[in-house]
Design a protein around this ligand. Structure first.
Ligand SMILES: *Cc1c(COP(=O)(O)O)cnc(C)c1O
Length: 413
């Protein structure tokens, strides 16, 4: 055996076997976690490339290491394509993932201890939007807005009142468990009225924005972050986009402020994914994701309460408590039927985070495999059946059989 040159199945059959097992799990089941999607084979190939080997601290044309002629071309290409996809002024493709990208923006635009305003985790925000267990909540003073009890939508009057009262340096919008349009323009107006930077974290929405299936944060926002592995359909990573006048601050906050060498294989994957986003097929994909989520919500609403009464995007948040089941029990039962969702808090949830009242579902991954509205409507029925019969093993196994038929009809790679 040659430890350096032989392929994975020969060098390490154990790890190879685990990867094959996971491939089968992904193929057989319905992946309905809204933050997940399937990267294309082309993206996976870029990730498994020799670009992994190169150190290139710095930016194109200004590196601290030699031998970066090719890496400079890769990074510049990724930047140009992302600019073209979103129509933004400046792009940094180096953040290691969504969480560090957010920390990098905060440290670029605030001093430690400054105040920011963001959505609370329990009503749909992200940990890195200043939750107390997150570093972001310790390093900066975050004030939180939420949704209104009336319609479970973002309460812009509350956002405006909190902004006027606390005079934050940054107002963050964007969420992980919110199924309605994010009003980017209105958020930016409120931020600018109080002299704050307007920031959107569109991690969940980037692909929908690129496809024209959700309004764009540009030109309203001053700075926008996104992961590249959710609806972006790319490698695990993130990008920061901002106005030209903030470019230097943001770039410095990423490197050397927070990170060392960029992950060049990921940068190549971002370039590939952004290239695919520029194609007409991607517009069709993004629109189909939204149509599929609407079809899913419609059938589900016959059996469980859909938070805010429906969805405008790729995700559906459902309150399963009226069906006599907790979010955790629903997640476990659905897992047995090969449908992967996650338990989630619902707004004003009377239950605890580790066993909340809701489940969160999304359509980006199954849409990549070619599922359409009628299949998503059927899947809504299957989910409802599992929720209603969560302790009936016969019902779970009959749903599982149907899931296996559906997934066999849509091979992945
Ligand atoms: C996923 C997500 C993040 C964090 O991304 P990681 O890559 O998991 O660090 C940040 N913000 C939002 C809104 C997200 O959905």
């Amino acid at each position: 055996m040659n430890r350096f040159r032989d392929s994975l199945d020969k060098v390490d059959p154990i790890v190879f076997g685990l990867i094959e097992k996971e491939r089968k799990r992904q193929q057989d089941g319905l992946e309905m976690i809204p933050s997940e999607s399937f990267a294309s084979l082309a993206v996976l190939q870029a990730l498994g490339s020799v670009l992994n080997n190169k150190y290139s601290e710095g930016y194109p044309g200004k590196r601290y290491y030699g031998g970066n002629q090719v890496v400079d071309e890769v990074e510049s290409l990724a930047i140009e394509r992302v600019k073209k996809v979103f129509g933004c002024e400046h792009v940094n493709v180096q953040p290691y993932s969504g969480s560090p990208a957010n920390v990098e923006v905060y440290s670029a635009l605030m001093e430690l201890g400054d105040t920011a305003l963001a959505m609370s985790l329990s009503e749909g925000g992200h940990l890195t939007h200043g939750h107390k267990v997150s570093f972001t909540g310790k390093a900066w003073k975050f004030v939180h807005y939420g949704v209104s009890r009336k319609d479970e939508r973002i309460d812009l009057e509350q956002v405006r009142a909190l902004a006027r009262e606390h005079k934050p340096k940054i107002i963050v919008c964007g969420a992980t468990a919110y199924s309605r349009i994010i009003p980017f323009k209105e958020f930016a107006e409120i931020a600018h009225e109080v002299g704050a930077y307007a920031m959107a974290d569109m991690s969940h929405l980037a692909g929908l924005v690129a496809a024209g299936a959700h309004p764009s944060p540009f030109p309203h926002m001053d700075v926008v972050t996104t992961t590249t592995h959710k609806t972006f359909n790319g490698p695990r990573g993130a990008v920061i986009m901002c106005r030209e006048e903030l470019a230097q601050k943001v770039d410095k906050a990423v490197f050397p402020g927070m990170q060392g060498g960029p992950h060049n294989h990921v940068t190549a994957g971002i370039a590939v994914a952004a290239g695919l986003m520029l194609k007409p097929e991607f517009k069709a994909y993004g629109k189909q994701v939204v149509k599929n989520a609407a079809a899913l919500a419609k059938t589900l609403s016959e059996s469980v309460r859909i938070i805010s009464g429906g969805t405008d995007n790729h995700l559906v948040l459902a309150d399963v408590s009226k069906a006599g089941v907790s979010g955790k029990e629903a997640e476990t039962a659905l897992d047995q039927a090969l449908i992967t969702v996650n338990k989630n808090m619902i707004p004003f949830d009377p239950r605890q985070p580790f066993d909340p009242s809701g489940i969160r579902m999304g359509t980006p991954a199954i849409t990549s495999r070619g599922f359409n509205e009628s299949e998503c409507s059927e899947i809504g029925g299957l989910i409802a059946r599992v929720v209603k019969n969560h302790s009936d093993s016969q019902a779970l196994s009959s749903v599982k059989q149907r899931v296996l038929e559906l997934t066999a009809a849509h091979p992945m790679y």
